[in-house]
Design a protein around this ligand. Sequence first.
Ligand code: PAF
Length: 280
Amino acid sequence: MHIFHTISDLRAHLRAHRMLGQSIGFVPTMGALHEGHLSLIAASKAQNDLTVCSIFVNPIQFNNPDDLARYPRTLDVDCAMLAPAGCDVVFAPSAEEMYPEKALLKFDFGDLERVMEGQFRPGHFNGVGIVVAKLFNIVQPDRTYFGQKDLQQVAVVRRMMIDLGFQIELHPCPTLREADGLAMSSRNRNLTAEERPIAAHIFKGLTAAKTALLTGETAEMVKAQMATHFEQQPAFRLEYFEVVNAHTLQSVDKKQPDGQTALCIAAFLGKVRLIDNFVF
Ligand code: PAF
């Protein structure tokens, strides 16, 4: 496995592979890797000659400096996981390499970012848009793989790819879960031993909400039940729970046709902000 820290070294390496006609799959990450990331690597390996994984904690997508400071940085451990998973190339640039000058570009994803993550993390999707567009231009992959846990991120990246005409196939991949249902996330490792079992209440709440919607309850009723569920869990601070159309991400008042309903949640458990969603 090759590890590159500069854009020029990575480009030179990938150019040689491209000239051999090899296809490139790309998994962008912020490191602190877990099985969920490895499933993206596996998906890329199944479809491409070469798999590239970027590891870059992108400062401009964090609106909260504490969250950025707390974000785990574990490059050596990450590389030790990626090599046996068959990843071919790791790109781990510094912030100076990615942003020699402050990025001035501003993305506005309209209604897609006025809700949920975009509403609670102002500027977040601008930072995601800039770094993903830049990484796409650097790596120039044929296919890219994103986790569905970040449903809104996938929607924003899809829209950016359409608007900017990126000729890259976007492959959203299913969320991987722990045995108790907690969605795998780099942030889970910041949970304390006491918090970790409580974190499963997110999955329990989503499961109950899904059942209620499938049995004909309205979004309003389900949202009220979710608020009560979290009031009974004082360790949590529910930031939002929304019933939305899975494509537009706008609120809906009842279950949508199959595959088009998404339940999206963000909650703080102690200092750790967790997000999750169900699409059905
Ligand atoms: O999902 C993430 O880890 C990040 O938002 C991404 C896509 C790597 C951009 O920094």
